[in-house]
Design a protein around this ligand. Structure first.
Ligand code: PMV
Length: 336
């Protein structure tokens, strides 16, 4: 049967209260909640079509990322995800997936968040499924925990959930924050892929870091404080919560055995720049994900000054100013 090609676009998101650790590895259920901002400028556009003619030479799915045929583990991860969609849609056809990132892939700029959010939307629709946003969030989570949040625009909160099957481990938008004009200024601190993937790093942290339990216990309070600060649109209250969540996540990872250290000297230089800007009276706060890059949260009016300071920080390769963006959505449906 001839099936439609569906193109979806998703923005990446940056966690302000971090996700670091799983309560169930198979279902990709988080050990604690998290809270993030979905971005407009950085994201993924993905086209999916199911059809007998989509098969790769081995009969499986064809996956092309940024113009290159994906092989190995990356392809396996996409195939496993597509299997979830096929099972739900009772479909046995292979798929062709064409995906373009506007985020450097796997460099700690959260390409997996926008990647699996766009894939969830495009693949489910291409397979004939009609999923609502909550169902899409649950599906996207199976690909990458942070992807569940990119289904929604602006500020979104991911729940750890309690169900063993993960039906309640989904994100939801924080609607009262709509229209709050903040920016995330990204300071790119290295070229290339991150040193260790987030799943492996989370599992090692959980298994070996004496700080892991304390980290997980600390998240609930950070979520409540961040939620209240966002509702009040109070950057001066939100910022310290963002920084402590980031530092505690990294501290738990640094305490693993062998240790996990995502930072490089440029990371510390950029942290220092943010602290200096703050001492000069600018309301700006940093966060760092599973990579060396520093993301500075500030008001839109302060973004040019923050960007200039980060761009002239020793070691910073480039800067990107990102603003709040929409949730994952279908942008095109066409007959092949
Ligand atoms: O979605 P994953 O499995 O790539 O994990 C994301 C982990 C962090 O980016 C470090 C934190 C977060 O909440 O996004």
């Amino acid at each position: 049967m001839e099936r439609q090609a569906v193109t979806a676009r998703a923005g990446t998101n940056i966690a302000l209260v971090k996700y670091w650790g799983k309560r169930d590895a198979a279902l990709n259920l988080p050990a604690a909640g998290s809270l993030s901002l979905t971005l407009a400028e950085l994201g993924t556009t993905t086209t999916v079509r199911f059809g007998a003619d989509c098969a790769a030479s081995d009969g499986g799915d064809t996956v092309i990322l940024d113009g290159k045929v994906l092989a190995g583990k990356g392809r396996e991860r996409v195939r496993r995800f597509l299997d979830l969609v096929r099972t739900r849609a009772v479909l046995a056809l292979p798929a062709e997936v064409l995906s373009e990132n506007t985020v450097p892939t796997a460099a700690g700029l959260a390409s997996s968040a926008s990647g699996f959010a766009a894939l969830a939307v495009a693949a489910s629709r291409a397979a004939g499924l009609e999923l609502d946003e909550t169902q899409l969030s649950e599906l996207a989570r199976r690909g990458s925990g942070s992807a569940a949040r990119s289904i929604f625009g602006g500020f979104a909160e991911m729940s750890a959930g309690r169900d063993p099957d993960g039906g309640d481990a989904v994100a939801r938008p924080l609607p009262r924050a709509e229209g709050w004009d903040v920016r995330l200024v990204v300071a790119v601190a290295a070229a290339g892929a991150k040193s260790i993937g987030s799943t492996e790093a989370m599992n090692r942290t959980a298994a070996t870091s004496p700080y892991y339990g304390a980290w997980v216990e600390s998240v609930e309070r950070d979520l409540a404080d961040a939620r209240a600060a966002i509702e009040a649109r109070d950057l001066g209250t939100l910022g310290p919560v963002v920084e402590r969540s980031c530092m505690r996540m990294h501290a738990s990872a640094m305490g693993a055995d062998p240790f996990i250290l995502y930072w490089n000297p440029t990371t510390l230089n950029a942290i220092q720049t943010v602290m200096t800007l703050r001492a000069s009276g600018i309301s700006v706060f940093f966060t760092i994900d599973a990579g060396p890059h520093v993301k500075a949260l500030c008001r839109a009016v302060d973004a040019p000054a923050v960007e200039a300071a980060l761009a002239s920080t020793p070691g910073v390769l480039r800067t990107i100013v990102a603003s709040p963006g929409p949730g994952a959505r279908v942008v095109e449906e066409a007959r092949p």
